[in-house]
Ligand binder design. Structure first.
Ligand SMILES: C[S@@+](CC[C@H](N)C(=O)[O-])C[C@H]1O[C@@H](n2cnc3c(N)ncnc32)[C@H](O)[C@@H]1O
Length: 439
């Protein structure tokens, strides 16, 4: 068949659709992927290939773009052509696709999506990329490691430099920094939580899972579609990172004197932690109020609760900074605050390129207000867990310190910081605070 009439590989076409939507429409890759896979009728290995191509090309663009630029003779490149080159470069440098297949399918793809014009350019650039292995390209395009470690790691592991610097600050130094950046670029394992009283871990093991070591409710799936597991389909279990399970348990299991009936999840959407908390509350004769500001996310919370006994939960759509309850109502409160998400970069390939340092500044103000509201909402003697899926110092320990500095009725009793390269979880932070009992 002539080159011009060769059909475009559907997985690569789908991957390009994802890159286009993420770039041009600011779509989220993990939300747009299922739609694109359906549109191209991709399943099994073809769907897995499209997913790897799209996620890898987006995640690694901080390394691939300088490599591509080093192969150009003219500096300017159409966005659509750069997307095709990112996909081709990912195949050449990070996947086991033979060079000739990576190059010819990319040429076909650009011909079909942009036109004949850039086909020669794509062919020439990818041939140059294919002449060196990844390590040599890193040595060529990244700053020298001994002179500028953060600059080197930022390019070699494709993270914005400001993110690398905040992660180094959170780690307290550079010793584990590279291990963390490597972990950020690896696909997370799919973990389920068996919601107590509704499903048990043994049931999920039968579905092909292996027990997690840190959460008593967690099971890691070897593969396959988690939605096909009956307990997940029925809402008796949920897909949930082990770190998120530990945050929910920090709230549910913090020692408490006196009444333990009224629980609040102040920022509940989309409802993973709230569903685990509500099932625990049902077992312990407590009731959870699951509050979420965005109405459509409150709907997701309600859906996550479909298997929970209705008397154990009340879902509320409301702004947590203007509480709809009187102060001191609750015995336990979780404030899983809106945050930069820099601890969950493994899950969202584009998020590191979307976030800016200014986002962190804005979020810190909201995080402090929400933590203050949480402390006002809990009775004296009650506990509040403040959590983020970010390890950034400004969003974690600094928020807790700033709020505690203004209050003389609260002290910190516990805290943890999890890491993808240590525990294999998202980089979740949680601090447990207690309001002093009166008298
Ligand atoms: C990190 S997410 C919570 C994740 C959730 N706990 C879970 O495990 O599924 C933060 C949530 O806070 C919500 N949020 C943001 N501002 C809020 C506010 N002022 N009041 C209540 N919720 C808010 C966001 O819409 C988002 O759903």
């Amino acid at each position: 068949m002539s080159e011009r009439r060769r059909p475009v590989d559907r997985s690569r076409r789908a991957a390009l659709d994802v890159l286009t939507a993420v770039r041009a429409e600011r779509a989220y890759a993990n939300l747009v992927l299922p739609q694109v896979l359906r549109k191209h009728r991709l399943e099994g290995r073809d769907a897995a290939l499209a997913t790897e191509l799209a996620s890898g090309a987006i995640r690694m663009q901080g390394l691939y773009d300088p490599v591509i630029d080093a192969c150009l003779t003219k500096p300017r490149l159409q966005d659509e052509v750069r997307d095709v080159l990112r996909l081709g470069t990912h195949q050449l440098l990070s996947m086991r696709v033979p060079d000739h297949a990576a190059i010819s399918t990319s040429v076909d793809l650009v011909r079909a999506s942009v036109g004949q014009g850039p086909a020669g350019l794509v062919n020439a650039v990818l041939r140059k990329v294919s002449r060196r292995p990844l390590a040599e390209w890193i040595a060529e395009v990244a700053p020298d490691r001994t002179r500028d470690l953060h600059g080197h790691l930022a390019v070699a592991h494709s993270h914005p430099r400001w993110v690398v610097e905040l992660l180094a600050e959170a780690l307290g130094g550079d010793d584990e920094l590279e291990a963390l950046l490597v972990a950020d670029n690896a696909a997370p394992r799919v973990t389920l939580a068996a919601r107590p009283g509704l499903a048990d871990v043994a049931e999920l093991e039968v579905a092909g899972g292996t027990r997690t070591t840190l959460s008593p409710y967690g099971v890691v799936l070897a593969g396959g579609d988690p939605a096909a597991v009956p307990a997940v389909a029925e809402g008796r279990a949920g897909v949930q990172d082990e770190g998120s399970q530990l945050v929910a348990l920090a709230m549910a299991d913090a020692p408490l004197l006196g009444r333990d009936e009224r629980w609040l999840d102040l920022c509940a959407g989309p409802g993973g932690k709230a569903a685990l908390l509500a099932s625990l509350a049902a077992q312990r004769g407590a009731r959870l109020v699951a509050n979420e500001r965005q109405p459509h996310r409150a709907t997701l919370v309600a859906s996550a609760m479909r298997a929970v006994p209705p008397e154990a939960v009340h879902v509320l759509a409301g702004d947590g900074t203007r509480p709809a309850w009187v102060p001191g109502t609750f015995d336990r409160v979780l404030v899983d605050a809106p945050c930069s998400g820099l601890g969950a970069l493994r899950r969202r390939p584009e998020s590191r390129w979307r976030r800016t340092p200014a986002d962190v500044d804005v979020l810190v103000g909201l995080q402090q207000v929400l933590l203050d509201v949480a402390l006002e909402s809990v009775r004296p003697g009650g506990v509040v867990v403040y959590a983020t899926c970010s390890p950034v110092v400004a969003e974690t320990v600094d928020v807790v310190a700033a709020v505690l500095a203004r209050r003389d009725d609260t002290h910190e009793v516990d805290r943890f910081q999890l890491w993808p390269h240590r525990e294999g979880t998202d980089a979740m932070f949680a601090a447990t605070l207690r309001r002093r009992p009166v008298g």
